[in-house]
Design a protein around this ligand. Sequence first.
Ligand SMILES: Cc1cc2nc3c(=O)[nH]c(=O)nc-3n(C[C@H](O)[C@H](O)[C@H](O)COP(=O)(O)O)c2cc1C
Length: 438
Amino acid sequence: MPDPFRHYEGVPVLDLPADPPAPGTPAADGPTFLSQLLFYSAAISATKRVPSTGFRYALRVNPSSGNLHPTEFHFLSRGLKGWPDGLYHYRPSSHMAEQRAIGDLTVLDGGAPLVFILTSIAWREAWKYRDRAYRYCLHDIGHAWQALALAAQAMGCNTVATGDFPDDEIAQRCRFHADEWPMMIVEISGDSVPLRQPETRETVWYGGQPNQLSVEITAYPLIDAIHAATKLCVNHESAPVPTASAAFRLPHPGASSRTFGEIARARRSALDFVGGTLSISFAQLMAILGTTRDLFSFVQLYLYVHRVDGLDPGVYRFWHARSELENIQRGDQRVAAAGLSLGQELAGNACVAFSMIGDLERAAREYGDRGYRYVHFEAGAIGHRLYLAAEAFGLGATGIGAFYDEEVHRYLHLTPEQGQVVYHFAIGYPVRDPRLQA
Ligand SMILES: Cc1cc2nc3c(=O)[nH]c(=O)nc-3n(C[C@H](O)[C@H](O)[C@H](O)COP(=O)(O)O)c2cc1C
């Protein structure tokens, strides 16, 4: 397993104040603001201890396939009060920022005081998931985007996300190590960002020496090829990219006394769900689905309903615009849902499991090969909303990247024009994980 943490060594490292206030409390200065934002979107939020070996490992606010965390958070700051302008890399292992450059960086145009660049290190996933790892990297970016955007929103900020930029140009300007690929840019602005008078200072680069993640790296030519095929170059013609309004509201303010901050940090993936007779209500299901509605561009949700009060077991399609469920197959789906999810029992023990069907053809017509990334970002983003909404109701959830693609298409009678399965998900009552330590 490669080192789970990327560091740029040999650069100044800036502390982010410990125990930042909850997102609803305005931050008085830049360091507190950054600490708050990252504490509720990307920081370590729990550990697990393996009883047989005593080995401990970290879990973060944003979920990640296999807990391998291919996503790195970089940010450019301009005019934050009490914080030098520059380019930084977030160091989650110690909740600090590595200062890679200071001064006026012309890495990106636009006036936002804070701009995140999310990168993927595909090797982190590929050593385990091989060629399929590229998809997981894209899902993880979708999750990280929402983790960041929703924390920013809870802090009273606006975010604009885009995947439309020239890859190599951005990588070069930010001097990313060759194993880090820029995937998404998220601008953060708003009245609650504590600002000072802008200053002009010449750029000084510290750069930093990226740590070596593994002694040896295995090449995955298919991953390199799909990444290259989905790149944009400097003079590309840009099409307006789907960006969600990020108008996220937790379901039923009355249903949970927990705040966004508590929910974001308590979110965990269920290892398995309690099967049997425990069910969720129809209202809960619709409220959970309702939190995803502004995200849909290319993805359709199919539900394997096992135990939802007032809904017969069966397969349903969610029509997000009308907030309606259409029954398309009747009968017990537990064996099918688990079987399609690579035999993972949790998809059968959940109250409801999901197949996210992405219209990759349409995405490619609208955005060229780049559209492949956008569909997976969207699926990850929908998954992230489902995680938080389930958590708000005291339920558990798990993203499921492992499934049998062709079997899902056959089972749902999908024609190629209707799309392809891009992500699975499950929601239910989580079994307790004895390894978990808050
Ligand atoms: C894209 C993605 C795919 C995942 N696939 C699976 C899966 O197939 N099976 C599973 O049990 N968990 C899966 N997970 C859950 C991760 O294992 C989990 O997020 C990780 O262990 C970190 O734990 P946390 O979510 O509690 O922070 C997936 C998560 C993501 C984001």
